[in-house]
Design a protein around this ligand. Structure first.
Ligand code: C2E
Ligand code: MG
Ligand code: MG
Ligand code: MG
Length: 289
């Protein structure tokens, strides 16, 4: 292309123009269209009960995880667009859609005669601090008919560095409505633990980087054990993220983690498969990756 660039007048191949910056501009424009045209989809990954050692593991709830069904690129994972959406502010309309869709899905997942299914939704700090967020959540619950006790909002530990003074009153309002608050990627935020005293929180999601080292790594196991013990003594629910092996699950159960989430049981799946996970025993229903 560069060689015959002259033939096409100004269309000279310029590697620098095709750099990451241009790619990002294109992606941003595409993403704006994606929201409007309904190209975003949710997948759901189950959280599994661990607390009762020896008991049959069951699905406690699901985490809603956004994907982008791109017309040319296929199914794009959030790592390729959520950070960009956060920088550009597009995370606010995206997050609104995710919240509404996840609430509707939770109602679909509420099968007759079954204990209430929890639905976890990831919330970026820009969404949380956007004026009207609390009302938006109230509307999403009212429109879908989902009970607030079934909704869990996940905030990453890193995003709390933005300031507990701003975030704490918002979380308190949401909690007063009956919604639960989870700290996502717990242990990776390099923040002072004092925020656990200042913020109204219900759930700690122990980051995969700890779960990865619970088997065959004495230091790693000690760290995970300390986090779970701290969660217990603060009367918080603990969810171990990224559980891939049965040995990890056994270790986490013995350590007293409340729930597990990971490829061992299921990767995130479309809604129809999530419904199937609820109706079959957990081990048999496990989706192979
Ligand atoms: P997260 O909230 O910590 O979600 C857990 C991620 O770990 C998911 O990646 C999930 O697929 C992956 N995972 C679960 N179990 C395993 C396992 O056993 N092994 C491995 N290797 N990975 C596992 P996913 O879906 O790609 O999402 C990545 C991140 O993108 C999420 O991390 C979250 O921070 C963000 N994200 C996803 N959906 C949304 C959303 O709707 N809004 C916002 N603000 N962020 C979102
Ligand atoms: Mg999460
Ligand atoms: Mg996480
Ligand atoms: Mg994460």
């Amino acid at each position: 292309l560069a060689k015959d660039g002259g033939k096409h007048g100004t269309a000279v191949y310029e590697p620098s123009l095709h750099s990451a910056a241009l790619e990002r501009l294109q992606l941003r424009a595409d993403l704006e269209r994606a929201v409007v045209q309904g190209e975003l989809v949710l997948h759901f990954q189950p959280t599994i009960t661990l607390a009762d050692e020896g008991a049959v593991p069951t699905v406690h709830g699901f985490e809603a995880l956004v994907r982008w069904q791109h017309p040319e690129r296929g199914l794009v994972p959030p790592v390729h667009f959520v950070p960009l959406a956060e920088e550009s502010g597009l995370i606010v309309p995206i997050g609104t859609w995710v919240l509404q869709e996840a609430c509707r899905a939770a109602v679909t997942l509420q099968l007759p005669g079954r204990a209430p299914v929890a639905m976890s939704v990831n919330v970026a700090v820009a969404q949380l601090t956007d004026p009207g967020f609390v009302q938006l959540v109230a509307d999403a619950l009212a429109d879908s008919g989902l009970a607030p006790q079934q909704l869990v909002l996940e905030i990453t530990e890193t995003s709390l560095l933005a300031g507990a003074e701003v975030v704490a009153p918002l979380l308190a309002q949401l909690r007063a409505m009956g919604i639960r608050i989870a700290i996502d990627d717990f242990g990776t935020g390099y923040s002072s633990l004092s925020y656990l005293r200042d913020l109204p929180v219900d759930v700690l999601k122990v980051d995969k980087s700890f779960v990865d080292h619970v088997v065959g790594d004495e230091q790693g196991a000690s760290l995970a054990e300390a986090i779970i013990a701290m969660g217990q003594s603060l009367h918080l629910t603990t969810v171990a993220e990224g559980v891939e092996g049965p040995e990890q699950a056994a270790w986490l159960t013995a350590a007293g983690a409340t729930y597990g989430q990971g490829y061992l049981w299921s990767k995130p799946v479309p809604l129809v498969q999530a419904v199937a996970l609820l109706t079959a025993p957990v081990r048999e229903a496990a989706v192979q990756v």
